[in-house]
Design a protein around this ligand. Structure first.
Ligand code: NAD
Ligand code: UFG
Length: 337
């Protein structure tokens, strides 16, 4: 298939490119490199037999989209491009609505002009908000507590309305917590500045970039008092997109899927796994809770298991090992090819 991947140079996008190329898809990447580097594309090529067509540009630029759609004529789009930091979304709400919601709208309009009817969208478990029950299933009410979460919920609504007619399909993948890296240690997550997320922060402590991990509260109602999340290996997540593509071809309308393992792990369990994988001690200091954090999140992934034929296969050890291999081989991220 001809697949347009917006944000394909990013953390999740780059791992998905490798999977798509391995299956022989024709891939075009649209990325403005606002949170990534062209070096990522070189590395994807090193790891693959195929090559992607790269268009550097903003997903909100109508002229860029028009030219790309007319030249490449995608049969499907995987839409990763967006802003993703929860804290920053509260400080810069208009940027977040513009890139995430307006960007999605413009993309759909450009798709309509060339009759492209299938889209896979990067949504997030954060659309659910404070759990009314766990694990979350897809019928759990949506009540996001951040601007970021609201941009994802609004985009989902737009996509569902768009997919309501004419043989269109919108697959809304609600990711839980992606971690880990490609087995080659050539692709991984490289946050700009101090990491907001747990796994990259632990990895930077392990290589001595940061002195200690701040554990955001150990008085939650969880077995060890620290927050619990459903961590999912990024390669499993990448493969979910390939399964979702097949599903979108076969089905019309919109459908949301939880993409998680169905298990949840505490901050302390993540630290212990990383210590075992790296052989390093991770100094920790318990601090106060981070504002807006939820005690526990856990996916019910059974709908994705059943309808997409997709299941997570990597375990916690794979997540920690691959994150450590990536971090130790690339202490400065994508600084060189
Ligand atoms: P990322 O920042 O690594 O990748 C996003 C990519 O999009 C980057 O390459 C960036 O340069 C590009 N981009 C940003 N704005 C753009 C624009 N206006 N035009 C063109 N390109 C643009 O993020 P990621 O972790 O790979 O996440 C991908 C998607 O998944 C995002 O939509 C994110 O909100 C969503 N998501 C991520 C997580 C997570 O924890 N990583 C969890 C749930 C959902
Ligand atoms: N944590 C720490 N110290 C840190 C960072 C995190 O103790 O330095 C804890 C948090 O309190 C939480 C857990 O580690 O209990 C995971 O935190 P992350 O920031 O890694 O992940 P979140 O679940 O808060 O959020 C992430 C993404 C969101 C996305 C969500 C989906 O940042 O964009 O997963 O589940 F929406």
């Amino acid at each position: 298939m001809r697949v347009l991947v917006t944000g394909g140079a990013g953390y999740i996008g780059s791992h998905t490119l490798v999977e798509l190329l391995a299956l022989g898809h024709d891939v075009c990447v649209l990325d403005d490199f606002s949170n990534s580097s062209p070096v990522v594309i070189d590395r994807v090529h090193d790891l693959s037999n195929g090559r992607v067509i790269l268009v550097e540009g903003d997903v909100r630029n109508d002229d860029t989209l028009k030219a790309l759609m007319q030249d490449f004529r995608p049969e499907a789009v995987i839409h990763f491009a967006g802003l993703k930091a929860v804290g920053e979304s509260m400080a810069r709400p208009i940027s977040y609505y513009d890139v995430n919601v307006n960007g999605t709208l413009r993309l759909l309009r450009a798709m309509d002009k060339v009759g492209c009817k299938k889209i896979i969208f990067s949504s997030s478990a954060t659309v659910y908000g404070e759990p009314q029950y766990l694990p979350y299933d897809e019928a759990h009410p949506l009540n996001p507590t951040s601007v970021y979460g609201r941009t994802k919920m609004m985009s989902e609504q737009i996509l569902a309305d768009w997919a309501g007619s004419d043989g269109r399909a919108a697959i809304l993948l609600r990711y839980f917590n992606p971690v880990g890296a490609h087995a080659s240690a050539r692709l991984g997550e490289h946050p700009d500045g101090p990491p907001n997320n747990l796994m990259p922060f632990i990895a930077q402590v392990a290589i001595g970039k940061r002195a200690r991990l701040a554990v955001f509260g150990d008085d939650y109602d969880t077995p060890d008092g620290t927050g619990k999340r459903d961590y999912i290996h990024v390669v499993d997540l990448a493969r979910a997109h390939v399964s979702a593509l097949d599903y979108a071809v076969e089905n019309n309308g919109s459908q949301a899927f939880n993409i998680g393992t169905g298990a949840s792990l505490s901050v302390r369990e993540m630290v212990a796994a990383f210590e075992a994988a790296s052989g390093k001690t991770i100094p920790c200091e318990v601090t106060k809770r981070r504002e807006g954090d939820i005690a526990s999140m856990q996916a019910d992934p059974s709908l994705a298991n059943e309808k997409l034929g997709w299941t997570a296969t990597h375990d916690l050890n794979d997540m920690a090992q691959s994150a450590w291999a990536w971090q130790s081989a690339n202490p400065d991220g994508y600084s060189k090819s």
